[in-house]
Design a protein around this ligand. Structure first.
Ligand code: SAH
Length: 280
């Protein structure tokens, strides 16, 4: 059965069997694993996952592929097809209803234009997820795993690092997909941390500060944060820490951003439009 791929749904199917095998081995799936697959498509990856995992739940938004998909997966009693949009899918409820005593793995060759919303969504459910494995645009993957000092480093890198350890497992050339996208990809993993990477007064203020700092990344940190923080206090902070007073955001580590946030909070100097939401 032939289904015309929909660009609007990011339908670039993985056609290369070697890549599919490499992906599946990288996920190190055991017979105890519960897998949630995002975007099953024609089920090539789903089948391979079902051969290894205890249970596979294949989420797919496009009703057109359902018939063919159901048929292909009928040989796997441990595999269930779910209809829906990952961005509206309540993963905590899903896990609760099945009362698993272990965290699930989330795996997917996902539409690239919703990479960020998908990551944000999965982060919300991090307490029930062990690791996420996903194909993303190569440049996006580099931004996720970038460290301070590199040109790809930015608020996305900090945001993800706070909750997870990100790793690029391997690159995938555009020719491995059908139809080929315009860009190369990476298989990326995000292993959620038990506790966030840094101890901070409030996540809200931290991310707001980081976004503000990178919004004007060519400016010095002092200038970029002028309307957010007391400039004299920031200057004191930099001096105390032995950091160049003309430093730019791209040089600061997540730990240093958290230090700024905590330093300001301790002095009651986070400007009021930084919505102070204390960590629970
Ligand atoms: N896993 C398959 C298909 C990848 S293409 C393979 O590797 O070949 C991406 C798939 O994600 C498509 O089948 C598309 O319909 C589905 N998809 C797109 N947006 C989605 C969403 N919001 N929620 C769930 N699935 C989605």
């Amino acid at each position: 059965m032939h289904i015309k791929p929909k660009k609007s749904l990011g339908q670039n199917f993985l056609a290369d069997k070697n890549i599919l095998s490499k992906m599946v081995s990288a996920c190190a799936i055991s017979g105890d694993d519960i897998v949630l697959e995002i975007g099953a498509g024609m089920g090539d990856l789903t089948q391979m996952l079902a051969q290894r995992a205890k249970e596979v739940y294949a989420l797919e938004i496009d009703r057109r592929v359902f018939g063919a998909l159901k048929q292909r997966l009928s040989a796997y009693p441990n595999c269930r097809l779910l209809e829906g949009d990952i961005l509206k899918f309540d993963i905590a409820r899903f896990a609760r209803e099945r009362s698993y005593n272990r965290k699930i793995k989330v795996i997917g060759n996902i539409p690239y234009y919703i990479s960020t919303p998908i990551i944000e969504h999965l982060i919300r459910y991090r307490t029930v997820i062990d690791t996420v494995f996903m194909t993303v645009q190569k440049e996006f993957a580099r931004r996720v795993v970038a460290s301070a000092g590199s040109k790809e480093y930015g608020s996305l890198s900090c945001f993800v690092r706070y909750y997870a350890e990100g790793r690029i497992i391997f690159e995938i050339k555009k020719g491995s997909f059908k139809p080929s996208p315009k860009v190369d990809s990476c298989f990326l993993s995000l292993k959620f941390r038990e506790i966030p990477a840094v101890d901070v007064f409030g996540e809200g203020p931290l991310f707001e500060l980081i976004r503000a700092a990178f919004n004007q990344r060519r400016k010095t940190l002092r200038n970029a944060l002028k309307s957010y923080l007391d400039g004299a206090l920031l200057e004191n902070f930099l001096k105390d820490k032995g950091i160049d007073r003309n430093v730019r955001a791209e040089r600061l580590t997540l730990v240093e951003f958290a230090d700024i946030c905590n330093y300001m909070a301790a002095r009651g100097a986070l400007r009021k439009h930084l919505t102070v939401t204390k960590n629970k």
